[in-house]
Write a protein that binds this ligand. Structure first.
Ligand code: SF4
Ligand code: SF4
Length: 314
């Protein structure tokens, strides 16, 4: 799959374009009450080819309704083409250090521990910035006379609660396919800028250079799976949703809903409404505020801990 350097130029141009957007966009900002600073620092970009066999494996690993890039392309109203003519561009949005540091001081109430307000607001506002970046990326390709679509914007994008608990377009798995990181004990994706991130992607017919995965080993960046050490995320989770057997999505989601029930009235009208499809039914005016204690103050918060771990031996 050797591609010429000229294709790499489009990757460089896209990265520069997104870096500028992250820097100057007013949508990437906290409200003044929380300092008005940026929510996300700088993007990372990875690319997978549409015919990568890993996308078919995802159906077995995630769930049968998870779509391949070609299926998402067709579901978004585009013409049939060869899967090898499609590219999936995945973007990593790392939270800035200020937010990561301040969420080390959670709000401890008698019956529940809540994330810091600044993180809940950042998590909520970050969704709008993700949507903005997807639109800008689609326009970037459009200006070069290519087509791009977004899984997240498609009517086929849904959380599936029948026969499992997954989405039809998992940004974490897409990012793994695009060589941006690996999974972990708390189930977040550990990238070179850590796990405390958000993710988005577009599918395009622009022939952009693919990024090679360093390894197909799905847990290579997690200290527990790679070395049998750490497990710090287990202690951080107030819901006991993480054990050495992995992450319990049902327990986790129950706790996240409890957090939202307390946090949404506490933050009030400052929050921005969002929508979700659950079993393909649209639910509007929901407020997403996150939890993610398991991602803060742990060795993988802001880096790939396996890199520094291995460096210790030189
Ligand atoms: S805190 Fe440690 S065990 Fe948990 S996901 Fe991160 S590296 Fe893995
Ligand atoms: S998101 Fe919250 S409830 Fe879920 S595993 Fe992480 S800390 Fe636990």
């Amino acid at each position: 799959m050797e591609q010429s350097n000229s294709l790499g130029l489009m990757n460089d141009e896209l990265l520069r374009f997104l870096e500028e957007e992250f820097k100057i966009s007013k949508i990437n900002r906290l409200p003044e009450k929380y300092g008005g600073g940026n929510i996300f620092s700088h993007p990372l970009v990875g690319v997978a080819q549409g015919n990568d066999p890993i996308f078919h494996k995802f159906k077995k690993i995630i769930g049968q309704k998870h779509l391949t890039p070609l299926e998402m392309w067709i579901a978004s109203g585009q013409d049939q083409l060869s899967a090898s003519d499609l590219y999936v561009v995945s973007v990593v949005f790392p939270f800035v250090d200020k937010i990561r540091k301040e969420n080390n001081n959670p709000i401890v109430l008698s019956k529940i521990t809540l994330p810091a307000e600044i993180y809940s607001v950042a998590r909520n506002y970050g969704n709008e910035f993700k949507r903005y970046i997807i639109k800008q990326t689609i326009n970037f390709f459009k200006e070069k006379s290519y087509i791009a679509i977004s899984g997240m914007f498609s009517d086929s994008y849904s959380i599936v609660l029948k026969g499992g608990y997954y989405s039809t377009w998992s940004e974490r798995y897409i990012a793994f396919a695009a060589g941006l990181g690996t999974f972990s004990l708390h189930e977040g994706l550990i990238t070179e800028v850590g796990c405390n991130i958000r993710l988005a992607s577009v599918v395009t017919n622009a022939p952009i250079k693919i990024s090679r995965r360093k390894s197909d080993e799905p847990y290579a960046n997690c200290l527990y799976y790679a070395k049998g050490i750490c497990k710090e995320c287990i202690n951080k989770c107030p819901a006991n949703a993480i054990t050495v057997k992995g992450h319990n999505k049902v327990k986790c989601n129950k706790y996240r809903m409890k957090v939202a029930r307390k946090m949404v009235p506490r933050l009030g009208s400052i929050l921005k409404p969002d929508s979700r499809r659950i079993n393909w039914k649209l639910k509007e005016d929901i407020f997403l505020v996150g939890c993610e204690f398991c991602q803060f103050g742990v060795p993988c918060t802001e880096k790939n801990p396996m890199l520094s771990h291995d460096m210790d031996y030189f």
